[in-house]
Write a protein of this length. Structure first.
Length: 175
């Protein structure tokens, strides 16, 4: 079981990275579908890229559920924490490197995405391989998951007038 979880979580780094790349283009490829907008970036704001990372984690978690969820404890907790860790680290590392470098660099954004996914998957692996079952935290994780998805969807269609929601190419806050 431990080996299987390790393989899934390690492979998840690559799969989530690739899914994120596909999701990045999904809104355009679907002719700006409202359904795609709920999970894919609708512009080049930092916020929309955080949503992209979370959507990729969510998609991989859905696939992974059918293969390992029945044989591990804390699946929902592990995947929800991963879904929160990835965007939080992306934002933290993105703004940190921009302070140091002074501008946006695609290669650093890709590296930040990879590091963030790796950290999320590492935490996920730790919780999935734990013999402890965190019953209450798993229940709370469902609420946290619904909240995160809801906030991402809501802010796509009603973005606040904050820098994180500003499209880097147009300077606008609207999708």
């Amino acid at each position: 079981m431990y080996r299987s979880v390790f393989i899934w979580e390690f492979a998840g780094i690559l799969v989530i990275f690739l899914l994120g790349s596909i999701i990045h283009e999904a809104y355009k490829l679907t002719g700006q579908s409202v359904l795609a907008a709920m999970f894919a970036p609708v512009n080049e704001s930092v916020w929309e890229h955080l949503k992209m990372g979370s959507s990729a984690v969510l998609a991989f978690s859905f696939i992974e559920y059918f293969f390992i969820a029945g044989s591990v404890h804390n699946f929902l907790l592990a995947k929800t924490l991963c879904l929160y860790i990835v965007p939080l680290l992306i934002a933290l590392l993105h703004y940190s490197y921009k302070i140091v470098v002074g501008r946006h660099l695609l290669v650093l954004d890709l590296f930040v995405f990879l590091i963030s996914i790796s950290a999320g998957q590492l935490v996920s692996f730790y919780l999935l391989s734990s013999p402890r079952h965190f019953t209450t935290l798993n229940r709370l994780a469902l609420l946290a998951l619904i909240l995160a998805v809801g906030i991402f969807v809501y802010c796509t269609f009603k973005p606040p007038m904050l820098t994180i929601f500003k499209d880097a190419t147009t300077g606008k806050h609207a999708p």
